[in-house]
Ligand binder design. Structure first.
Ligand code: PAF
Length: 510
């Protein structure tokens, strides 16, 4: 495809009409650096869409005239950089193109009050309104499928995600972690304006934040006063230094697994921001839902794609049932049950088929626990209070350091109520019955007619949702996904998008 530079909005609209494939859009204000390059190359490598980079220094987002005048302008070099890193088209409009005088169709937007009343929003009045206005205008002109943004401007990223939701824009936001220079400072177009001394100060600031993150990984503690003292001792002017919830930007609470430590400092005329994420444990995804919703298949694939541990809680109830059957134990007698729970060890180990095996007291039972015999008693055993209590504790032990995706019926409500992402996966009774009927591995498909299968599913749903202990209910903060009409891969991709939306990429504990 011929690479093009477009300067007028009419030309952009004409070009857009002739483009048949989807568009990845990378908005910039020019002076492109490795951060922008990473955005462009990520877009290029992620799919076969057309990559459009815009270069527009948006006057509306500058609260200071001098700052606007001093903003670095390097357009010829930017064009070279964008094209050589994967841009197919570059849009370089003028102020009049984006904001035609007297054009009543231009919408001047307000950023979310909640999100813009924190951090940079407090000192840069109108800045985020300006960002929302220009990005909304550009999205409406370009109609991209994906919008690529950096996590460096985390507050901007949240505000633009909120804009997309509020305005129901049909675009997916993809973010990339903050890119840092050789000395650890975040890459920013404004860095070219830093004096040697400014650079030394920002390096100190960034290294303090990175150090705080490292220490937090060890002792789970953070002392803002200490950091403030160290910065002040270097005569660094701090505009803010805050520990916040990474999505609401409200003060972080003790329960938050991930928090945002964000700061802004002033060096001469230049203002610089940096942040790190502090994470107590790696993230947890909880997937609950009724039988036949596709939970197991989806959960296994997610574990593989996101390199998370797959915790099949159902297999743990089956493993215990297996041992009870094997030892021929009368589990209704409390003493017998206590004895077996005292000694049982259930362990998951990865196997050579890139799945995992289940071991009970060192004996591999992966296949055996799927037998009809086990299926017929597991529901009774899993409704015993002591069993539930014991296995929930075991599951929490496995999840102590996070990094897992767990499936079951009470994961989001009971086992991991603080999971970062909770999914309630379901499907209509018709769809679930059809799936069971067409499952070649299931005995049901041969022996039971569709109508009876539907009735059986209804009964099972009723029992699961109405049992006294850990009934199947959707957690308040779970996202319901009805899988009717969707392929497995579509559901997996949707959940991975939701995960990426919740978990900042740079928060990962290495
Ligand atoms: O992050 C930026 O460079 C700008 O705020 C953006 C998103 C290009 C809007 O002008």
């Amino acid at each position: 495809m011929k690479k093009v530079i477009i300067r007028k909005t009419e030309d952009l609209e004409n070009w857009r009409r002739n483009i048949k494939s989807e568009i990845n859009f990378i908005p910039t204000m020019g002076n492109l650096h490795n951060g922008h390059i990473k955005l462009i190359s990520t877009a290029k490598n992620e799919n076969s869409n057309i990559n459009l980079v815009s270069i527009f220094i948006n006057p509306l987002q500058f609260d200071n005239k001098l700052d606007l005048e001093n903003y670095p302008k390097t357009i010829d070099n930017d064009i070279k950089i964008a094209f050589s890193n994967g841009a197919d088209a570059i849009f370089i409009p003028s102020d009049e193109d984006i904001y035609p005088p007297n054009n009543k169709n231009i919408k001047f937007l307000k950023a979310s009050i909640e999100l813009s009343s924190a951090l940079c929003g407090l000192n840069r009045i109108g800045h985020f309104d300006g960002v929302c206005t220009v990005v909304y205008r550009l999205i409406n002109l370009i109609k991209p499928k994906n919008l690529y943004l950096g996590e460096k401007d985390w507050q901007q990223l949240l505000i633009l995600k909120d804009l997309v939701l509020r305005k129901k824009l049909n675009v997916a936001i993809k973010s990339i972690p903050t890119q840092r220079d050789f000395d650890g400072i975040p890459l920013s177009s404004r860095n070219v304006n830093l004096s040697k001394n400014d650079r030394k100060l920002i390096r100190f600031f960034s290294s303090e934040l990175l150090e705080a993150k490292k220490n937090f990984q060890q002792d789970k503690k953070i002392n803002l006063n200490e950091i403030t003292k160290k910065l002040s001792a270097k005569k660094i002017t701090i505009e803010y230094l805050e520990l916040l919830h990474p999505h609401t930007l409200q003060k972080a609470s003790l329960e938050d697994n991930i928090s945002l430590l964000a700061g802004a400092i002033r060096c001469g005329e230049t203002r610089l921001i940096d942040h790190v994420f502090l994470m107590k444990r790696r993230p947890i995804i909880a997937i609950d839902g009724p039988a036949g919703s596709g939970k197991s298949t989806v959960t296994k694939l997610i574990a593989k794609k996101l390199k998370l541990l797959y915790l099949d809680t159902g297999a743990m109830y089956r493993a215990l049932s297996w041992l009870i059957l094997k030892e021929n134990i009368d589990y209704k007698k409390e003493k017998n049950l206590q004895n077996i729970l005292k000694d049982i060890s259930i362990v998951f180990k990865p196997n050579t088929n890139s799945h995992q095996d289940v071991y009970v007291n060192n004996c591999c039972v992966t296949e055996e626990i799927r037998s009809q015999k086990i299926s017929s008693i597991v529901s009774k055993i899993s409704s015993i209070k002591e069993v539930r209590k014991f296995l929930v504790e075991e599951q929490r032990k496995i999840g102590e350091s996070g990094g897992l995706v767990a499936e079951g019926r009470d994961i989001g409500t009971t086992v991991f109520p603080h999971a970062e992402l909770k999914i309630f996966l379901t499907a209509s009774i018709d769809e679930r019955a059809k799936r069971r009927k067409s499952d070649k591995n299931s005995k049901d498909s041969q022996e039971i007619d569709l109508h009876t299968l539907k009735e059986l599913i209804k009964i099972r749903d009723f029992e699961d949702s109405n049992r006294e202990i850990s009934p199947l209910i959707k957690a308040n903060d779970a996202i319901e996904i009805i899988t009717d009409g969707y392929s497995i891969n579509e559901v997996v991709d949707k959940i991975i998008d939701l995960y990426n939306d919740k978990i900042p990429k740079e928060s990962e504990i290495k």
